[in-house]
Design a binder for this molecule. Structure first.
Ligand SMILES: Cc1cc2nc3c(=O)[nH]c(=O)nc-3n(C[C@H](O)[C@H](O)[C@H](O)COP(=O)(O)OP(=O)(O)OC[C@H]3O[C@@H](n4cnc5c(N)ncnc54)[C@H](O)[C@@H]3O)c2cc1C
Length: 312
């Protein structure tokens, strides 16, 4: 049996949930889903209607609302031994819980899975996507984080006429291993970069936070895009942490990725490889970003971006 742990915000599932379920169906095993959070009954009902889901577990409590790995992994571990596979999205949530679960079960987690070959052979990316490896896992429980954009989300299109059982498994003896003391949300546009179909992204070439805001934000608004940034742009304070794309940031897969004043380091490219069309603006003809771009605008961004904005 396979257990799927979806990302959600207690109100809505992350879009990756449908990709995870599509991937899970490749195993030809019973699919169970565990949702952990607070006031999540509606989510449980929603997912119980999806094809191939045979059981939905919920663990709900006010202490579980904050998606903290310590509290959530405790609930997963209570049922983990019933499964041959436990799969997560390759998000901050999944990546923070999967290793905890694996360590407790004394198995090796496999991250960044992009293809399922069989019950125990998986294709994963390594070294920022420079190597694609086929790995065979002989552990009795396979703990996987899946790169959701590598799997289709055909489940969305399926009609929802299933009716899986929903069971509450809230464990009351330990609900508060860790507590969230403060949360600071810094949002530059309303759109989440991991779900955005257009991303306007900036790097060191912007030179300052003021330039970043004055040039990129209007362009993003005009295009209905989310804002992304390189690690340097984040470290320099041009953009908040949540905007960082790349090996140590977020992995994105938009239809259109605009890379402005970005050199195209290996670590940044690791996060944008799945973009359908990449447009780069850079004044260095030899910038590595041009090697992966579909459209290369070689010139000064301070000249090109206002013209582009004006034209749009
Ligand atoms: C372990 C590790 C993990 C990392 N993880 C990440 C990650 O997740 N994401 C990430 O992005 N980086 C990451 N990095 C950092 C990465 O190596 C690069 O340093 C970073 O991506 C470079 O950012 P940049 O392109 O903004 O800056 P630069 O490399 O300095 O590039 C700036 C570009 O702007 C261009 N430019 C300058 N002025 C103009 C102008 N007026 N008009 C047009 N173009 C102009 C320049 O030609 C240059 O190509 C990581 C590094 C390490 C070691």
């Amino acid at each position: 049996m396979i257990l799927v742990i979806p990302d959600h915000n207690n109100k809505f599932f992350d879009i990756s949930t449908y990709n995870l379920l599509t991937a899970a169906s490749k195993f030809n095993l019973d699919i169970h889903v565990l949702i952990i959070g607070n006031h999540i009954k509606d989510l449980a009902v929603q997912i119980s209607k999806l094809k191939n889901v045979s059981k939905v577990f919920i663990a709900e409590s006010p202490n579980l609302v904050d998606m903290l790995p310590e509290n959530h992994s405790y609930h997963i571990l209570k049922i983990a031994n019933n499964y041959t596979h436990i799969i997560f999205n390759d998000s901050f949530y999944g990546k923070s819980i999967a290793p905890k679960i694996a360590a407790k079960l004394d198995v090796a987690p496999i991250s960044n899975v992009i293809k399922i070959i069989s019950d125990n052979i998986f294709v994963r990316t390594m070294y920022s996507g420079s190597i694609i490896a086929n790995v065979r896992c002989l552990d009795p429980i396979k703990i996987l984080t899946l790169r959701s954009c590598s799997f289709s989300n055909e489940y969305i299109k399926d009609n929802m006429n299933n009716c899986a059982d929903i069971e509450n498994i809230t464990i009351s003896d330990n609900l508060g291993l860790s507590k969230l003391l403060k949360e600071e949300r810094i949002v530059s546009t309303d759109i989440d970069i991991t779900e955005a179909s257009v991303i306007v992204s900036g790097g060191r070439g912007l030179g300052s936070k003021e330039n970043f805001n004055n040039l990129l934000v209007p362009l993003a608004k005009k295009l209905g895009a989310a804002i992304g940034a390189t690690r340097v742009a984040v470290d320099e304070g041009y953009a908040p942490n949540s905007c960082q794309i790349g090996q140590t940031g977020k992995i994105v897969s938009p239809r259109l990725y605009l890379a402005i004043g970005i050199s195209g380091s290996m670590q940044h490219l690791a996060g944008i490889k799945d973009s359908k069309t990449i447009v780069a603006i850079n004044n260095d003809i030899n910038a590595p970003i041009f090697n992966v771009s579909d459209y290369c605008l070689c010139g000064d961004l301070f000249d090109i971006v206002p013209k582009l904005l004006n034209y749009l």
